[in-house]
Ligand binder design. Structure first.
Ligand code: BTN
Length: 249
């Protein structure tokens, strides 16, 4: 492994409800160093954004949670953690799938050729106006061929036709996650925000959304520093959080 701290403390499980929940519970009774990772071959209650289930076949994919302690980051900039995580996954995917089109669908779905290959669920614990710790849950589809819950899911094997070892992908991802985290810690947030926007699915295109329950076309313009989605709707620039807007594929 080429990292200084990411994945150096690695808890490997065969099966667990959710690595995010496990890490959350574990931290109530134990301390762990920054960069600690919990990885499991199976999650029987894997959790996704908006209370969704994260589907992952046993032993086929990467499902893990990483611990960060980003006390340097103001709480209104929590979304920068989502940004660096997505950017690290995008770089990893590009090195594994060099010929495919990788992008980030706001807030943090990872797409390859416009299909979802991975997702991120970050759960922050806030105290005294600081981010005490951040549990960065990542699911990446590697060797799973069929998906029950989503027609728009894909995986490395679906794109290459070959089984790929999960371990080297995990190590590469750790390396990129660490590099992006150190960049954020170094205070280079403007650059991170620009890079994130540049990789956004639909940037500068007019796409269909459900906004306040109403179907509408809107121009995707980027994100605010706090991580809201900037859309031009009926010629007017507006900012939306996750609850206010839904992509209609
Ligand atoms: C999403 O796209 O909705 C987010 C999916 C996040 C899934 C990962 S898998 C590891 C970690 N543990 C969980 O229960 N969820 C995250």
């Amino acid at each position: 492994m080429e990292t200084l701290f990411t994945g150096r403390h690695l808890i490997r499980l065969e099966a667990v409800a959710s690595t995010n929940t496990f890490l959350q519970e574990y931290l109530k009774a134990n301390t762990l160093p920054e960069g600690a990772v919990v990885i499991s071959d199976q999650q029987f209650d894997g959790r996704g954004q908006r209370g969704n289930t994260w589907e992952s076949e046993t032993g086929k994919n990467l499902t893990f949670s990483l611990l960060w302690k980003p006390t340097f980051l103001p709480i209104n900039y929590q979304f920068d953690l989502n940004r660096i995580t997505a950017l690290a996954i995008a770089e990893t995917l590009r090195s594994v799938l060099p010929d495919e089109k990788v992008c980030i669908k706001w807030p943090n779905d990872m797409l390859v050729n416009e299909k979802k290959i991975g997702g991120v669920l970050i759960e922050n614990s806030l105290r005294d106006n600081q981010i005490q710790h951040s549990i960065v849950g990542i699911g990446l589809n590697v060797n799973q061929e069929a998906f029950r819950l989503s027609a728009r899911a894909t995986s490395v094997i679906a794109l290459t036709g070959e089984e790929t070892e999960r371990e080297p992908i995990m190590e590469k991802l750790f390396t990129y996650l660490e590099a992006w985290y150190l960049k954020a810690r170094g205070g280079n947030l403007d650059d991170i925000r620009k890079r994130f926007d540049a990789e956004l699915f639909g940037l500068n295109s007019r796409l269909r959304f459900s906004i306040g329950g109403r179907e509408q076309d809107a121009l995707v313009c980027g994100t605010t520093a706090e991580g809201k989605l900037k859309l031009e709707v009926n010629g007017k620039m507006q900012e939306f959080d996750l609850q206010a807007v839904k992509w209609l594929w």
